[in-house]
Structure formats: C-alpha cells, structure tokens
Design a protein around this ligand. Sequence first.
Ligand code: NDP
Length: 448
Amino acid sequence: MALTNEYLKRVYDGLAERCANEKEFLQAVEEVFESLEPVIEKHPEYEKAGIMERIVEPERTILFRVPWVDDKGQVQVNRGYRVQFNSAIGPYKGGLRFHPSVNLSVMKFLGFEQIFKNSLTTLPMGGGKGGSDFDPKGKSDNEVMRFCQSFMNELYRHIGPDTDVPAGDIGVGSREVGYLFGQYKKLANEFTGVLTGKLVGSGGSLVRTQATGYGLCYFTNELLKTNGTSFEGKTVVVSGAGNVAIYAAVKATELGGKVVAMCDSNGYIYDPEGVDIDVVKDIKEVRRARIKEYVDAVPRATYTEGCKGIWTVKCDIALPCATQNEIDEESAKALIANGVMCLCEGANMPSTPEAIAAFQNAGVLFGPAKACNAGGVATSGLEMTQNSERIYWSAEEVDEKLHSIMVNIYNACEDAAKEAGKPGNLAVGANVAGFLKVANAMLWQGIC
Ligand code: NDP
C-alpha cells in the first residue's frame, strides 16, 4: 500500500479490515485513493465532512433470492444483487451483470467505479451496479426469460426512472433487457425509462448498442492525436467478442486500424489479414456460438485455446474489452516487448495494478477504463433524456453527442492530470475529475 496521506490511509485500512474478502473492491478503492492524495491534501474540508468514509460505503446494498424453474422442471436458485452506491449527482445508474463469477466484491468494485465514470460524462447520474451469479450461457430463451422475470419480481420495488436505472453488462444484452423491461412494465403498470439498452422503437436509443465500443475508439483516437498519430495503419488486438469488443473492432477498423485478434473465454483467433467482424457478429450475436468457429468461415485464421495468449500477439494498439484483471504483469510485459504503443481499457479494470505500472513505466499511452468506456453509460444517459422528452434522436445526432462527450472526457482527464501535478497520467486525471464533482455535491448535501 503506497498511500502516504494519513486520512486516506486510515480510511483504506479500516475498509480493508471490514471488507477483507472483497479483493476486487479493495483493488478499485486503492487505485482511486492513490490518485486522490494531492486533492485530499488541498481540501481539508473533505476530511471534516467524512467524504472518504462515506464514499466507500454503498448507500444501500440489496441482496435477494432468485428462484426459477428450468426446462426440466427443476427448481434453481441464484443470488441477485443491486448495489446503490452513490446518488449525490443523480439517480443510481449502472449495468446488470449475469455471470457465475458475480459476488459482492465484484458488484461493489463495479458500483464504485461507476460513480466516477458517470460523473465524468457530465450527465446527472449516480453510481450503481447489480447482477447475479446466473449464467445465461447454454440456457434456452425460455429459461433466460423465467430467470429475468424472477429477478425483476424483487428488483422492481427498488428501481425507477428517477431512483435507479439499470442497463446491460456482461451476460445482459438486448434479450435480457427485454425480458427485464417486460416484467417491470407488468409489475409497475408503467412504460418508463427504467432500464436503458432497450430495443430501438420500444424506448431504446439508436447507437446505444455500439456506444461503449465506439466511445472507446473515440477516446483512443484523441489520445493518439495528442501524440501525433492515429489508428491509420496500426495493428490492433481487441480482447472479448461481446458487445464492447465487437463495436470497438468495428470502429477501430473504420478509423483505419487492422484488428488481428479477438477472443472469448475459451480461446482466441488470430487473423493476419484483419478480422472479418461480420463473421464474429454472426457467431456471437446471432448464433451465440463459440469464437473458434471463426476459422471454419475464415480458414486463413488460426484458433488457440486459452485467452491469455491473446496478449502475446504483436500489436500497436491493445483494447482489452472482456473482463477485470485480464491483463496481468506478465501479459503487460509481453505486450511491451512486442512494441505496443497504446492501451485503452474497454472492460472495467482489465489491467492489474502491476500491469498498469508496467505500461506507465514503459511510456505506453494508457487510457483508464472509467474514462475510456464511459460512452456506454453516457449514451444510456442520452436514452434517459429521450425517454423523458418522449422523442427519438437520429443515429447521427446520438453519435455526434457521444463523440463530443468522449472528447470532453479526454480533455477533462488531461486537464485534471496536469492540475494534480501528473501531466499525461490519464488514470490520475480520470479519478480526480470524476471525484471532485461527486465530493462537492456530497459536501453541499450535508451528512446523509
Ligand atoms: P458481453 O457479455 O457482451 O461480452 C463479454 C465478452 O468477454 C465475451 O466475449 C466473453 O466470452 C468474454 N469474457 C467474459 N469473461 C471472460 C474471461 N474471464 N476471460 C476471457 N473472456 C471473457 O459483455 P460486454 O461486452 O457488455 O462487457 C465487457 C466488459 O466491458 C465488461 O468488463 C463490462 O463491465 C465492460 N463494460 C460494458 C459496457 C456495456 O455497455 N456493455 C459499458 C462499460 C463497460 P464468453 O462469450 O466466452 O463468455
């Protein structure tokens, strides 16, 4: 633990004792606290108002039973979560994750990160996250529907368009959001913007599906531009083959990059001519199959079992878009040895602290997740605005707003990094810029 500020150290140590089993959550808090030392030194009023003690404690944590019946008629039980972390600047907002690895630590790390990410978008959204240890993989549509309905039977009483607005995340795409929305509508007897990521034409916003991946590339492009370069002619590796990865690959290709590798949780494909994204979309979005089938359609490509190996593929730009801690120090060193010049995080917390340090020490341009992947929630915010006004914007209008939000986030991070005495360190910049607005709102609202 490298904290030197007494107040931050005391709060962190207390948290580490209380949450000893929540390693992902502690990792996220430590990373933010390290960046905030100069801010805390400069603003003694934050300590007086107990801002740090309060900001690491969720306002409310809801844990519930999700019983459902599988296709064989057997009763199954999963665990549901909603962590309503911080509502200082707006209603709780953050996705739902359905994955067997979901536990309280993962929910709290994601909810904590979401506070600062949402603040960076400049839209009025607080931070929250939720989900379940349910695995939609291998389940029939009917099983997924029954699960989602049971999940919503409890969740609906805790959410609302002005209270808490969930969205998708790993394992929760348009199909799941549809079932969740349908059940909310039935229970609450209202058609409101209570979830984002809805079907276009049923309250959904154009470009929401693409937003996180596109936003990641808009941010990356700004970072490259400031350093006198661009995606043009660059070799790109994108991990994952889900919502974020697919649309990051689409935009990186559109901006002149060549995506040579992608993966799922079983293994990775390498295509030296550039991945044919339509084939990946067909496999993952339409057929919900495994990425190894790519080589059946594109025989020039190769498939390798195990996803860690994707980081040994030589590239100029790396865009991790799968999951937390997917890049450890060893993978970071492999990327650096192969000459990576820029890494921007599409997934939440995909790099371990050791990996981040390795990139920064090697002078690799580094874009942190809470800034790089904020385009998804920003466009969810735009969906909420359209729902409130009962209008739809065109794809061009939404894309233009998304683009300008990402440019503004980049500039805010750059300015805040300079002000914190760490010019060029966008990880520090993102934390500081995101934190200040939330902390000041908490000060203004009193001890609550
Ligand atoms: P999806 O479920 O659509 O896709 C996740 C992808 O990552 C899948 O290809 C999945 O493979 C792969 N994956 C999951 N776990 C692992 C693992 N342990 N090792 C290797 N690969 C893995 O999720 P999203 O694309 O929505 O989310 C990806 C990341 O982006 C997450 O960190 C999420 O929190 C973050 N994010 C998402 C946003 C959004 O708008 N969707 C917004 C901001 C951040 P498989 O198919 O085998 O499971």
